[in-house]
Design a protein around this ligand. Structure first.
Ligand code: NPW
Ligand code: ADP
Length: 290
């Protein structure tokens, strides 16, 4: 599939989409991220996404996911607020199972979508795409994208998506009318307006369970802290998603370097986010990639 020109997102690009709080800020003005993720089978996905959101820097994380998961999230990150309230962006679906959605959970998800706030749809939230009009980015891997397209009567096998991620990411953005972040060794970020960006992972140690949940938390936090911009420029969600993928990749590289080039866990990646953001905010050049 011909999809136009794709551009690699750089440190300079990413630094333009990051900002530190100012003297005028308070926790609410900085942005509140609402999170509905995790399940009794996958509480870790919620813990990892919430950890990553806090480490990305957000005014508040409000977790209103399944009660069975809330305790694990609050134990890992007590800064998290566990009661419903106003939010400026949503992260929905990591660690959830579309086929086992309780009536209560379905209601909470619909309520979140109806708020009109910018939304990140991951994993078990991907089927909700198209049910609202707020700025939205979906964050599938190849298997999830193939499944999502099949559900919309578009034939695509996992093998086809893996063979042409650029083509299928662009096709999905056109069909679903949302920004798409298709995960992989090269992550493709695009939207229906023709923006086409890639982020090439700086280390393949990133390919481990839970790192996608961490990425969801980064995208969500950036959407929350940029809620004012997104209210007037919905297409900013695409650049924020690419920035999140860049920060994620650099955090993995830093985490691996801390282990002398060895393997990293998803939580290691989340913990390495602050220095990556600090360096980008200071405009310091990255060290060369291996
Ligand atoms: N700690 C946590 O809480 C974590 C939580 N996580 C959460 O888990 C949820 C599911 O996410 P996912 O991406 O793992 O599931 P999914 O897309 O359904 O793919 C599963 C399918 O892949 C296939 N398959 C292919 N090769 C295979 C192989 N070698 N070994 C085994 N299977 C293989 C296989 O299909 P089969 O080949 O059997 O038809 C299988 O059915 C999601 O919500 C995510 O957020 C994760 O982030 C992890 C950490
Ligand atoms: N070969 C690879 N090299 C580098 N990064 C990879 C590779 N494969 C996958 N990734 C990255 O790892 C992360 C895995 O996310 P995902 O597939 O959602 O896993 P999980 O659901 O276990 O969190 C994504 O950010 C993806 O871009």
């Amino acid at each position: 599939m011909a999809t136009g020109t794709w551009r690699e997102w750089t440190a300079d690009d990413a630094s333009e989409w990051l900002s530190a709080p100012s003297a005028d800020d308070d926790k609410y003005r900085r942005g509140v991220l609402g999170v509905i993720t995790g399940s009794p089978d996958f509480p870790g996905a919620a813990v990892l996404g919430v950890e990553a959101a806090h480490r990305t820097g957000v005014g508040m994380v409000r977790f209103t996911g399944p009660r069975a998961v809330r305790q694990a999230v609050l134990a890992a990150r007590p800064e998290t607020v566990g009661v419903p309230g106003r939010v400026q962006a949503w992260l929905l679906g990591s660690g959830m199972d579309t086929d086992h959605r309780s009536f209560l959970l379905a209601g909470d998800l619909q309520h979140a979508l109806a708020s009109g706030e910018p939304t990140v749809l991951d994993a078990g939230g991907l089927d909700l795409v198209g049910s609202h009009t707020a700025p939205t980015v979906i964050t599938p891997h190849a298997r999830e994208l193939a499944r999502l397209l099949n559900d919309r009567d578009i034939d695509a096998t996992v093998e086809e998506v893996e063979a042409d991620p650029a083509g299928w990411a662009a096709r999905a953005a056109e069909e679903l009318r949302v920004a798409v972040l298709l995960k992989g060794a090269v992550t493709h970020v695009c939207d229906p307006d023709g923006t086409r960006l890639t982020v090439t992972a700086s280390t393949h140690w990133l390919a481990s369970a839970g790192t996608g949940d961490v990425l969801g938390g980064i995208v969500g936090a950036l959407a929350a802290t940029h809620h004012e911009r997104l209210a007037t420029h919905a297409t900013a969600i695409t650049y924020l998603a690419a920035t999140a993928a860049f920060v994620h990749s650099e955090a993995a590289r830093r985490a691996s370097e801390a282990w002398e080039g060895g393997p990293v866990t998803a939580m290691d990646v989340a913990h390495a986010i602050p220095p990556v953001i600090g360096r980008l905010l200071r405009g310091e050049a990255r060290s060369p990639r291996p």
